[in-house]
Design a binder for this molecule. Structure first.
Ligand code: HEC
Length: 165
């Protein structure tokens, strides 16, 4: 009986040890995994996708506009998953303020309607800045890109929040 138990333990020790090592390794991988902060998502994804959406729409490239819109929706989802709270604010809830604008853009892109697209895009831009103001960051002012360009970030007003000159 005792021998059987020792045998069983000996037999299961190796797989158990392997399991333990695998679980430990998985934990290390998870803990070392890159979790984007809200600022990263905004800077590296949201702003770029907002810009590209505008350029695609203005090039009458509706498949590309649809693609960029999908990417914005993914960024919204990522913000909700990775940053549901930001400095005590429920940003996961706040980003939902973009939903009606994103739906309107869906319809404009489907209709391939430039005027509708511009109107919906402008509402999206306003919603971006409104959320920044609500989050205590009114100096991050998003604007419709200037058609003539204007540096690498033509969808941001860099004078917003500047003190009196
Ligand atoms: C939750 C509401 C919310 C919405 C909606 C939102 N943002 Fe933001 N955004 C924030 C917050 C909060 C920050 C500051 C994050 C930080 O500093 O970590 C920010 C920061 C930024 C920044 C500055 C990043 C940097 O490093 O300079 C840009 C650019 C930006 N957002 C673009 C956009 C655009 C474009 C949209 C709309 C398509 C948008 N945001 C919609 C909350 C929002």
């Amino acid at each position: 009986m005792a021998n059987n138990l020792t045998g069983l333990l000996r037999k299961s020790a190796v797989p158990l040890l392997a399991l333990g090592i695998a679980a430990g390794a998985a934990l290390i991988v998870i803990s070392k995994g890159y979790t984007p902060g809200l600022g990263d998502l905004m800077n590296r994804s949201m702003q770029v996708q907002h810009l590209k959406l505008w350029y695609a729409g203005h090039a009458d490239n509706w498949p590309l506009a649809a693609y960029e819109l999908k990417k914005i929706k993914e960024t919204v989802e990522n913000a909700q998953s990775f940053s549901p709270e930001w400095q005590g604010r429920a940003v996961g809830e706040m980003v939902k303020s973009l939903d009606p604008e994103l739906d309107e853009l869906d319809r404009a892109i489907e209709a391939q309607d430039p005027a509708k697209f511009d109107a919906a895009f402008h509402s999206l831009t306003e919603a971006c800045s409104a959320c920044h103001a609500a989050a205590g960051q009114p100096e991050i002012k998003i604007v419709d890109p200037a058609p003539q360009g204007g540096g690498p970030f033509p969808d941001q007003d860099f004078t917003s929040g500047r003190g009196p000159q």
